[in-house]
Design a protein around this ligand. Structure first.
Ligand code: BG6
Length: 493
């Protein structure tokens, strides 16, 4: 695509996200010829640094974090020469004046008013200040050309999200605001749409008529690492469920969009969020389980409990695990439970969607030693990237007994290297395509769906924390949540 000349302004350019994800993503896009012909990156940071010092810093990090580390035979040096560093104080007007001068001088050098992409890779508490100054100095006055990318968390509940959005709307129109949920940039998450709406044979089965339940898991082996200070005030419900898991739920449950336009797709996803059954405060314990990890073993190595991790209160009430049962009140999904779970320090890293079909209505077979299992469709998002269809076949031998078998599609069998989520998302933001970003109503609905849970949890402290060992699959209560329904968590292999 022919993209207008663009100036990318990164707030928080010396931070963790920029070094791990943003610079590598821009570098890869550049090496793949996906950056605009004319572009400049203005890296903003608090410290005094020369361009050269910053270039060396970026280079070092590319070598660690980029999928195409700097090689002699690639053009990483050329990419780096497009970056200029500017010292910046978020709360000083002069800093924005200087930025303005810099933007103007680049426009002059380009011989055209370039598009401007502001990336806020900073703590949410700074968003307001930055947005107010951007408006005051008029840095993003061109609605068609100027965009802002905002990281999650977008607010901390529905009320704060509304306030944040109203504040942003004073500077930016909705079409200028790109709210990132990086899961939507993952290849295998986008493949859900391709799989569902590029094939005819699954669609007729994709409803309450044939599906028994759906299970969505996003499990991590890692704990809170260096992010304790941040995570303590957030917890798994807000960090993972409100955004990543609900977005995966949308992709799994949405109706077919009328077209692939951004709004057609986002309308259908918003419908899913609206149809999530809202629960009453007294029902929270019935539908949702929270957990916090204790010390344990990950792949045989001992790890500390959450309360012993850096930056965590010794009596912390923050949940590192959530399992919940969701019902969608619409025609397609009436009565089908969607079980969502996400946790840190789980047995293995795994993001997957499992569609379990109803058991056969009547079986005449003598079962093999493995027993009869229901048909399942397993969509592995990461680290395995595959789709499996599990079904029963005849067990070889004289008797007519059964055994499970499967058909597997491995995403890598047709592609060796897939782009990182941030590459996809940044390419889209540069091109002005908001399809994979969260529209305001999606964010609002997602908060609305979990606000009651937050409120109840705030007023009733958990009495059993820590309640799961690191390296396990979470608290026992999460098994009971499914057992009540005659279901059980299903393995993705
Ligand atoms: C982030 C969360 O949004 O997603 C982190 O804030 C989490 O806590 C991360 O570790 C997981 O992302 P990924 O791409 O590694 O699955």
């Amino acid at each position: 695509k022919n993209i207008n000349p663009t100036i990318i302004v990164i707030f928080g350019a010396s931070g963790d996200l920029a070094k791990r994800k943003l610079f590598p993503a821009f570098q890869n896009l550049y090496l793949d010829g996906r950056m605009p012909k004319k572009f400049q990156i203005i890296a903003l940071g608090r410290a005094e640094k020369t361009d050269e010092e910053f270039h060396n810093y970026v280079l070092e990090n590319l070598n660690t974090f980029s999928r195409k580390a700097a090689h002699e035979d690639n053009d990483t040096d050329k990419f780096i020469s497009h970056i200029s560093y500017l010292r910046h104080d978020i709360d000083k007007e002069e800093s924005y004046q200087e930025l303005n001068t810099k933007l103007d001088s680049i426009d002059q050098a380009f011989g055209i008013r370039a598009n401007r992409l502001f990336y806020l890779s900073i703590a949410p508490s700074f968003i307001t200040t930055i947005s107010v100054y951007i408006k005051k100095i008029g840095l993003a006055a061109n609605v068609k050309q100027d965009r802002i990318i905002i990281e999650k968390p977008f607010g901390y509940d529905k009320t704060s999200a509304i306030a944040l959005n109203e504040m942003l709307s004073e500077t930016f129109k909705e079409e200028q605001i790109y709210r990132i949920d990086h899961y939507l940039g993952k290849e295998t998450v986008q493949n859900i749409l391709a799989f569902r709406f590029g094939n005819s044979m699954f669609e007729p089965l994709w409803s309450r008529n044939f599906i028994d339940f759906v299970q969505i898991t996003v499990a991590e082996e890692v704990g809170v690492e260096e992010r304790g200070g941040f995570y303590e005030g957030v917890g798994a419900l807000k960090d993972m469920i409100q955004n990543h898991l609900l977005q995966i739920l949308c992709m799994t449950a949405m109706e077919a969009p009328a077209s692939l336009s951004a709004d057609d797709i986002r309308n259908r996803k918003a419908d899913v969020l609206k149809s999530i059954r809202r629960i009453k405060p007294e029902e929270v314990d019935h539908y949702i389980v929270r957990g916090q990890y204790d010390a344990g073993f990950i792949k045989g190595n001992p790890v500390a409990g959450y309360r012993q991790d850096k930056g965590i209160a010794p009596d912390s009430k923050t949940e590192t695990y959530v399992a919940m049962k969701i019902y969608l009140d619409n025609w397609r999904w009436q009565g089908v439970p969607f079980y969502l779970r996400s946790g840190k320090r789980m047995q293995e890293k795994q993001s997957s969607i499992i569609i379990q079909f109803k058991p056969v209505p009547h079986s005449t077979f003598a079962y093999g030693s493995e027993g009869m299992t229901p048909n399942r469709l397993i969509i592995n998002i990461q680290p395995a990237m595959d789709i499996k269809l599990q079904f029963m076949t005849k067990k070889p031998g004289l008797s007519l007994s059964l055994r499970p078998a499967e058909m597997v599609f491995d995403y890598f069998s047709c592609s060796t290297m897939s782009p990182e989520a941030y590459e996809t998302l940044l390419a889209d933001a540069l091109a002005g395509d908001p399809t994979l970003f969260m529209r305001w109503d999606q964010v609002e609905q997602a908060w609305d769906a979990i606000d009651t849970i937050q409120q109840v949890w705030k007023s009733t402290a958990p009495t059993d924390f820590p309640n799961y060992a690191a390296g396990s699959w979470g608290p026992e209560a999460a098994d009971e949540l499914l057992a009540r329904q005659g279901h059980a968590w299903v393995s993705n292999t």
